[in-house]
Design a protein around this ligand. Structure first.
Ligand SMILES: Cc1cc2nc3c(=O)[nH]c(=O)nc-3n(C[C@H](O)[C@H](O)[C@H](O)COP(=O)(O)O)c2cc1C
Length: 224
């Protein structure tokens, strides 16, 4: 079994996104699965050209010869795919959006409808589960509205939306303690999912807990 994080933060391994991903993968590894992180900023992935050759000329294959062919293999052979991103201008980063656009070869040019929502059929039935690991710089939940809507199309089994994300990289020991407690909940979620379980209600509750009050966070952010 394999769990793969596709991290769309420009900060790569030093990102707050990766702090969340590392905790999730640590939990997954404790359940005995293989884990891997791909830092999308380090991959050579051209923009989708919108030519639809991957549907009509060479089904399943893109005309571009870049790192995406290997990443599609990795995506297809992963049992849990995690999309990691900070919120950039309400949405996922351009690195992750570019990667998601380049997943087009996995779709078929057949429109399907579910509950009034139209989408494309998968060329082959998806076998993996999906997880969203995201953080944003502002307090409040509304910053994730656009990302949440975009991610709904992959029907995620777990969505971790961490507001006040700057705290994840804090050097303040009191903040670090609170963050470590929260990351433990992420770790347990990773272990539960890798064990084939659904994430328990207590863990969901811990994941939704605030790290700091909004006035304190606003003060904290404006210190630097
Ligand atoms: C170009 C840019 C756009 C951003 N847009 C938002 C935003 O719309 N909402 C928000 O809450 N934070 C926004 N942020 C803040 C980031 O989400 C925040 O700094 C985050 O912690 C970075 O995570 P990372 O370390 O994983 O890259 C933005 C940051 C940048 C650089």
């Amino acid at each position: 079994m394999k769990v793969t994080v596709f991290n769309g933060s420009p900060a790569g391994p030093n990102s707050a996104t990766q702090a969340i991903a590392d905790a999730f993968l640590k939990g997954a590894a404790s359940a005995g699965v293989n884990t891997q992180t791909i830092y999308l900023r380090d991959e050579k992935i051209g923009h989708c050209r919108g030519c639809f050759a991957c549907w009509f000329k060479t089904p399943g294959r893109c005309v571009q010869h870049d790192d995406m062919a290997a990443l599609l293999d990795l995506y297809n052979t992963s049992d849990i795919v995690c999309f990691g991103t900070p919120v950039y201008t309400w949405n996922m980063t351009a690195y992750l959006k570019n990667f998601v656009d380049r997943l087009t070869p996995l779709k078929a040019p057949k429109i399907q409808e579910a509950h009034g929502h139209f989408d494309l059929e998968d060329a082959e039935a998806k076998t993996q589960k999906f997880v969203v690991l995201a953080n944003c710089g502002f307090p409040g939940e509304k910053n994730f509205d656009v990302l949440r809507a975009a991610m709904a199309c992959c029907n995620p089994s777990l969505e971790v939306y961490r507001n006040c994300g700057r705290l994840l990289k804090s050097q303040d020991p009191a903040v670090q303690e609170k963050v470590a407690e929260w990351l433990t909940a992420v770790e347990i979620a990773g272990a539960e999912m890798a064990a084939g379980q659904t994430v328990s209600p207590a863990v969901h509750e811990a994941l939704d807990a605030p790290l700091m009050s909004i006035p304190d966070y606003v003060k904290y952010i404006q210190m630097g």
